[in-house]
Design a binder for this molecule. Structure first.
Ligand SMILES: [Zn+2]
Length: 320
């Protein structure tokens, strides 16, 4: 609960300023997305790291394992990685889900990976680069610090950010310390009904979900030489049908356990506290596109202590 209060305060302080990835201030900009982080913050030794995290109440009517029940032929990342032609097309997916209505909406639906596998003692840092107006800068201080300390991370890059930072992208992609994830084509919450989150309009149908996921996936495949394994939407919100579409496209959805920077709105002291208290097995979300905000300084203040205590850090693909 303390986290929620802090974030609400941060939201007030930040006012209406464009924060992190959008107008809101959840994981990707705001308070509403903080449930998983609040839960963990209250019990740092008992991370809720199981991928099968309980869905929010509204999801109770959802068939369990919604993502796995999709009539998919490409649900396995390894399949997609080795056989791109088997990826279902836009029209195929639109037809596949034409009669399916979403029954859940949130940041921690079944099919969203909200922590590392049970028993995993390492922590996964993830940083988003949201792109678009106000979101295409590069936090060199943050990345340089990770490099200086040999701390790996998974970087979720939006297509617009890549277009705005082609040379930096090349350097990040070539650095084995980092894994590149898919942060969407134009950074939209992933909905099949146009539902919005954090003040950002969601995709309006299965076809637009496809565009949002596959557009940047194809770009990354071309640039990296292989498809991205992990996807995170703008705002990190999804409905359950969209979750299934992402699985069909061969990517896993990376949620989060700890919201480190409140959409790049939190001051350094609070970022430090969130990162320092991230339990083993946590996926930590922050931002690498808002230099001068609290993220880099907070991370830099927290990591030395964790490293000294023996904490290991991993990229998502190292353990998932
Ligand atoms: Zn974002």
């Amino acid at each position: 609960m303390a986290l929620s209060r802090r974030t609400l305060l941060a939201a007030v302080v930040a006012g209406g300023a464009l924060a992190g990835c959008g107008a809101g201030r959840g994981a990707e900009g705001g308070g509403a997305a903080l449930a998983p982080a609040s839960t963990v913050a209250g019990s740092p030794e008992a991370p809720s790291v199981t991928p099968a995290a309980t869905p929010s109440g509204s999801a109770s009517g959802t068939p369990s394992g919604a993502a796995s029940t999709a009539p998919s032929v490409a649900a396995s990342p390894s399949v997609a990685a080795s056989a791109a032609p088997r990826e279902p097309g836009r029209a195929e997916l639109v037809q596949r889900y034409a009669a399916v209505a979403p029954t859940a909406w949130g940041v921690d639906l079944p099919g969203v990976v909200t922590g590392l596998p049970e028993g995993q003692r390492a922590t996964a840092l993830t940083f988003d680069a949201c792109g678009g107006p106000g979101g295409s800068r590069y936090d060199a201080e943050l990345i340089d610090f990770l490099r200086a300390h040999g701390v790996p991370a998974t970087l979720f890059l939006n297509a617009r950010w890549i277009d705005a930072n082609p040379h930096i992208f090349e350097q990040l992609a070539a650095d084995p310390l980092f894994e590149i994830g898919n942060h969407g084509t134009v950074h939209r919450p992933l909905s099949v009904t146009g539902r919005s989150a954090e003040g950002i309009a969601g995709t309006g149908g299965v076809g637009e979900v496809y565009d949002e996921v596959a557009g940047n996936a194809h770009k990354l495949t071309e640039l990296l030489g292989h498809p991205p394994r992990f996807f995170r939407s703008g705002t990190a919100y999804y409905d359950d049908v969209a979750v299934r579409v992402v699985a069909d496209l061969g990517e896993r959805i990376a949620g989060f356990t700890v919201n480190a920077d409140g959409g790049a709105t939190l001051p350094a002291a609070e970022v430090r506290q969130e990162v320092a208290s991230a339990p083993p097995g946590a996926i930590v979300i922050g931002h690498m596109n808002q230099p001068g905000h609290g993220t880099a300084s907070g991370v830099a203040a927290a990591l030395p202590g964790l490293l000294a205590a023996g904490r290991r850090f991993v990229r998502l693909s190292d353990v998932l």
